[in-house]
Design a protein around this ligand. Structure first.
Ligand SMILES: [Zn+2]
Ligand SMILES: [Zn+2]
Length: 424
């Protein structure tokens, strides 16, 4: 019986993992520069956290969560998105501390689980890097979150990322908009797709981002939310745009950016990159001024972003085409005979202790076969211990690329390669 991975999930194989590590390291480094600190929350949370935070009428809660009962009958859900767990941890661990003024900046790199229709770059376990700026009402912080994201894309070589920007208002002004939207659309209710007919009652803002062609035509006549913002939301949105102008970050106003989650207020944004399917974003986020209070904390404004790593890597591949070939590294220890083998085994251990990658041929094949491995598997050096070397306490060091080789005392090898590895 051969097992298969469950539908909709993916293995990240050794020849791809270098790009993952590079993207993750880039995100970590940028978060360090922008002064965001890492937080790692558990893989699962109480189901109610997501229901309350994301909203029970959203697609995520309605049909995409991996929810299960543990052996005590508690309902738990695999991390369905990154913000709610971060907010839960911020409150539970009192990350705000005594200083009520302090901006709390957190980031995470974590798998997200959604029972979604599998398609390119969209998996049931996918990975996000996200950043959250908690206790920040200032529009300039919305811009900083966007700036951090754009910086990340640029560092990865993804050019032509479009920032789509919108405001979804606040509980003060959104209900009026929703009312206007529904009365405008009511005469064409029957022409809406089934999903939108349901959303019309439960989550009308989502009518705006339906991908169905007929729905999109109907929505072309929809009123525009950013024209109906209350003075506070309008002022905030203007200041976000002004800050983006100052930072020379271009953007496109797009009234269909509403995000699939209930907790967004004011700023909402998405990033679209070439190479990904049409209208498919590589990340997005927005402001969630009500969420922390909704999760049981004091009123605390916040803004954040989540970036899909799978999609970022697809966009990166499309943008940069040629893959940089990995340089040769590490040592392959080639031995002949029992005495040489023992010396080689010790040497391999010493090299690893000294921070030099090393491998030895456990199958003790012929010298020719071992040299083929040293060359074919991309080793930078071969260290050869044959009969002569074993008896004289020496080794022959061969640089694989140049083919240059010399015989040196065994005792000198570790310090010699350790120094070279640091230079290289
Ligand atoms: Zn408002
Ligand atoms: Zn629709």
């Amino acid at each position: 019986m051969l097992y298969h991975r469950p539908r909709g999930v993916n293995d990240i194989l050794p020849d791809e993992v270098g790009r993952w590590q590079q993207a993750e390291a880039t995100f970590r480094e940028l978060c360090r520069l922008y002064r965001y600190e890492e937080i790692r929350t558990p893989m699962f949370e109480e189901t109610d956290l997501f229901v309350r935070a994301v909203g029970k009428d959203t697609d995520i809660v309605g049909k995409e969560m991996y929810t299960f009962k543990d052996r005590s009958g508690r309902s738990l859900t695999l991390r369905a998105e990154g913000t709610a767990p971060t907010v839960r941890a911020y409150l539970e661990n009192n990350l705000q501390g005594q200083d009520r003024e302090r901006l709390v900046k957190l980031y995470y790199i974590a798998p997200i689980f959604r029972y979604d229709r599998p398609q390119a770059g969209r998996y049931r376990q996918h990975h996000q890097c996200g950043a959250e700026a908690i206790n920040s009402a200032e529009p300039e912080v919305d811009a900083e979150i966007i700036q951090l994201s754009m910086h990340f894309f640029r560092k990865l070589g993804i050019k032509d990322v479009t920032l789509l920007l919108n405001s979804v208002g606040c509980p003060g002004c959104r209900p009026d908009y929703v009312k206007a939207l529904k009365s405008q659309i009511a005469p064409q209710f029957e022409q809406l797709c089934r999903e939108c007919q349901r959303r019309y009652e439960t989550n009308p803002l989502r009518l705006l981002d339906c991908k169905n062609e007929q729905c999109r035509q109907i929505m072309e006549n929809a009123p525009v939310l950013r024209d109906m913002l209350c003075p506070d939301c309008a002022e905030h949105f203007a200041a976000v745009q002004q800050t983006l102008d100052t930072l020379e970050i271009p953007y496109t106003l797009d009234p269909t950016i509403v995000r699939g989650l209930d907790y967004y207020t004011k700023t909402a944004f998405e990033f679209v990159a070439p190479g990904i399917g049409a209208k498919d974003s590589i990340g997005g986020g927005g402001r969630y001024d009500g969420l922390i209070e909704q999760c049981g904390g004091p009123p605390t404004p916040a803004v954040g972003v989540g970036i899909g790593l799978e999609r970022v890597l697809i966009a990166q591949q499309a943008a940069t085409k040629a893959q940089p070939k990995a340089g040769r590294e590490a040592v392959f220890v080639v031995t002949l005979g029992e005495e040489a083998w023992v010396a080689g085994l010790k040497l391999t251990a010493q090299l690893r202790e000294a921070g030099v990658g090393a491998e030895i041929d456990y199958r003790k094949r012929s010298i020719r076969a071992q040299m083929r491995t040293a060359d074919g598997d991309g080793y930078r050096w071969a260290v050869i211990i044959g009969d002569d070397e074993a008896q004289q306490g020496t080794i022959t060091l061969r640089e694989m690329d140049s083919g240059e080789q010399e015989t040196i005392p065994r005792s000198e090898l570790v310090s010699r390669l350790g120094a070279e590895e640091e230079e290289g």
